[in-house]
Design a protein around this ligand. Structure first.
Ligand code: CA
Length: 232
């Protein structure tokens, strides 16, 4: 993943107010966010859609954060985990870190600090990652070099088209609304209309050679767009 804006965060937190605060703010910061309220749904959500980082409250109603940590690390899952712990609960922090959590924040925390910690962890993890190249049949997308080819021929995508493509291809099968795409693929101060997204997607389809015979990008009626092919 070339930019943290595309990172998918799984928030495991049972306090409804904090859930909403985290979801709103982290989405505003450009992350893709899924919120669950307990350990079991967290593991299921992570299995369904792998998180780039898990924000894990320790005290949960049924399956607590320690068990989630144990489960993931025993399965050799190295997904970065940032624990949310109660003030004064030093023993919990020590236990969590020894179970393989990457970092912790003590409640109440500031959103700014939270976002800084998340970005720092994601940066650390990504240093080791190779350049982001995705092969998909005859297509080859290099999101670092910003090039897209089909059978070796350059498709001459604009940087905006590459950005939209990256968002779609990174999460195959997932529907992105026009407003999500606007938020993720355009600068924060740009405010184009949702129709602009349609125009860019139409151009992108044309360049990819996407047609009825081979649908790469599916229009999800009234909702948005989704990439239909599994990358190789
Ligand atoms: Ca809790």
């Amino acid at each position: 993943m070339a930019e943290s804006e595309l990172a998918h965060l799984l928030v495991v937190e049972d306090e409804v107010e904090l859930q909403q605060l985290l979801e709103t703010n982290l989405q505003f910061e450009g992350f893709s966010v899924e919120v669950v309220g307990d350990g079991e749904p967290a593991l299921r959500a992570h299995e369904r859609h792998r998180a780039d980082l898990i924000l894990l409250d320790l005290m949960l109603p049924n399956m607590d954060g320690f068990k989630v940590l144990e489960h993931l690390r025993r399965a050799n899952d190295a997904v970065p985990i940032l624990m949310l712990t109660a003030r004064g609960a030093e023993a919990d922090r020590v236990k969590g870190l020894s179970l393989g959590a990457d970092d912790y924040l003590v409640k109440p925390f500031s959103i700014l600090e939270l976002v800084a910690r998340i970005r720092a962890i994601l940066r650390r993890v990504r240093v080791a990652e190779p350049a982001k190249v995705v092969a998909c049949g005859a297509y080859r997308f290099d999101f670092d070099a910003m090039t897209a080819t089909r059978d070796g021929l350059n498709l001459d995508l604009t940087s905006r088209e590459m950005r939209i493509l990256e968002i779609l291809v990174t999460y195959p099968g997932r529907t992105h609304s026009r407003s999500d795409l606007l938020r993720l693929a355009w600068e924060a101060d740009a405010r184009p209309s949702p129709r602009t997204v349609d125009v860019h997607v139409a151009n992108l389809r044309k360049k990819l050679g996407d047609d009825e015979k081979r649908r790469l990008i599916t229009t999800v009626g009234g909702e948005g767009y989704r990439w239909t092919e599994r990358p190789d």
